[in-house]
Design a binder for this molecule. Structure first.
Ligand SMILES: Cc1ncc(COP(=O)(O)O)c(C=O)c1O
Length: 466
């Protein structure tokens, strides 16, 4: 009977390995995944993690060079985070932050505020990054409206940047291929140049990209612009770092035009760049920070918008409120896990470790520049990318067909087969990205190199010299 079959499948934790493949292919809708590509291929099923490593259903070990998805910052297998969850469940499994509070959300808000730069003292919890961005964009509009500037609805973001998938966040996302099929999006998303300087014309003002933001604000009319949203280091396109003074210039521009500056740190906070927040690394003061992922080292689904006193102020008196929320915002179990995660950060000085080791990590990646397919190496902290090219001298990139062949036809599968999880991505020009757990050290850097070097050598032979 169909019902019995369902019941039999109701405990996948004890399913046979082969059943997991079958069940996944039949029932699991994977995100951003070409499901058809697994029709005649085995799906990678990861069952266990320890430190910088994860294991698949066959017991094979992989170096997790991506912290799963830029998020398991403290590394895998931190049982104390689970113990904090269990202790919290005993006290209070759930209560809401709608009109009520509970100790863990309060403690976490205070702790996040104490670590955040300047007067970012007010924390609005969400269940992830897209919800954080969505909330920040709504808060920016609402802030202007309560101050009598309801025409300020537009948001300025950068080309190729990823800010999430809900329709508001997607209007800030600057990747055409994931936008068009969902149009019309929330109105108001405007895009300007990012800080990719790999092919910048000689002699261009290094702060050109910052000034592009001002030009766009003036073009749109400042009275229509609500916020500028930028990542400290832009992920999509391959770890674009800001030139010296970029964020200071952007801050000045935002202040001049009454526009809020949102630092989208869903990836770049919690030690990824060697500081609790990316804004601290580059020395600027945003009006809001959006965060998620590493807040709990991804052991629980949690994000936050961290808001300045000035932006929060209009919502703190009398009958005013920010009419926005999510059932799970500030979930007590997630908050307890975040607190345990931050205890690990503090005890092991994970930010200090990243700062001490990023030079060594980067030197290893730079050492691959002798391979003809390595065009650029860029990034900050434990967040680095290699841009792949056909020709180092001319910086010629791959066309769409070649890129498909290079990344999906060879590199992704081959690196995984050899035991390295990283990201081969062509939302911009083709890159491979690395974002290992913040505990990674010399042994893991050497292991990454030992796998990358022969694979990149073979990629060049197959795709360029063939
Ligand atoms: C900068 C940035 N913003 C927003 C998001 C969306 O976060 P989530 O996938 O948790 O919704 C991401 C996800 O990677 C991100 O990198």
């Amino acid at each position: 009977m169909a019902l019995d079959t369902k019941l039999e499948y109701a405990t996948p934790a004890v399913a046979e390995q082969s059943d997991l493949q079958e069940l996944a292919k039949r029932h699991l809708w994977m995100h951003f995944t070409r499901m058809g590509s697994y029709e005649d291929h085995e799906l990678p099923i990861i069952t266990r993690g320890e430190g910088c490593y994860v294991y698949d259903e066959h017991g094979k070990r992989y170096l997790d060079g991506l912290s799963a998805l830029f998020c398991v910052n403290a590394g895998h297998g931190r049982t104390e985070i689970g113990e904090a969850a269990a202790a919290q469940v005993k006290d209070l499994g759930f209560f809401t932050n709608w009109s009520y509070a509970h100790p863990r959300a309060i403690e976490l808000a205070a702790r996040v505020a104490s670590l955040a730069p300047g007067d970012l003292n007010r924390v609005f919890f969400t269940s992830g990054g897209s919800e954080a961005v969505e909330s920040a964009l709504k808060l920016a509009r609402n802030f202007h409206r309560v101050r009598g500037e309801g025409t300020r609805i537009k948001v300025i973001a950068r080309d190729t940047a990823y800010h999430g998938t809900s329709l508001g966040a997607l209007s800030a996302t600057g990747i055409q291929s994931i936008r068009t099929q969902f149009e019309p999006l929330t109105p108001g998303g405007c895009h300007v140049a990012n800080t990719n300087s790999y092919r910048a014309p000689a002699g261009r003002d290094p702060l050109w990209a910052a000034d592009e933001i001002e030009r766009r604000i003036e073009f749109e009319g400042a009275e229509s612009v609500s916020a500028v949203i930028l990542e400290p280091v832009q992920n999509s396109g391959g770890c674009f770092t800001p030139p010296e003074g970029y964020f200071q210039r952007v801050r000045e521009i935002c202040d001049r035009h009454g526009v809020l500056l949102i630092s989208d740190e869903v990836i770049c906070s919690w030690g990824r760049l060697g500081h609790y927040f990316g804004a601290q690394r580059f020395g600027y003061q945003p009006d809001m920070i959006t965060t998620a992922k590493g807040l709990t080292s991804a052991y629980a689904a949690m994000g936050a918008v961290i808001v300045s006193d000035a932006v929060a102020e209009p919502f703190m008196h009398d009958t005013s409120m920010f009419a926005h929320g999510f059932t799970f915002g500030g979930h007590p179990v997630a908050a307890a896990m975040a607190l345990a995660n931050l205890d690990i950060f503090e005890r092991e000085d994970l930010c200090g470790h990243v700062l001490a080791k990023e030079g060594e990590f980067r030197a290893m990646l730079d050492s691959l520049r002798d391979l003809p397919i390595v065009g650029d190496v860029r990034g900050a902290g434990f967040f680095q990318a290699i841009e792949l090219v056909k020709d180092q001298d001319t910086k010629e990139s791959f066309d769409d067909r070649e890129s498909e062949q290079l990344l999906r036809g060879f590199l992704s599968g081959e690196l995984y087969k050899r035991g390295l999880i990283c990201r081969a991505d062509d939302r911009g020009d083709p890159v491979i990205q690395f974002s290992p757990p913040l505990i990674a050290d010399t042994e893991q850097f050497e292991e990454i190199e030992a796998i990358l070097r022969p694979v990149l050598t073979e990629a060049y032979e197959r795709i360029v010299r063939r």
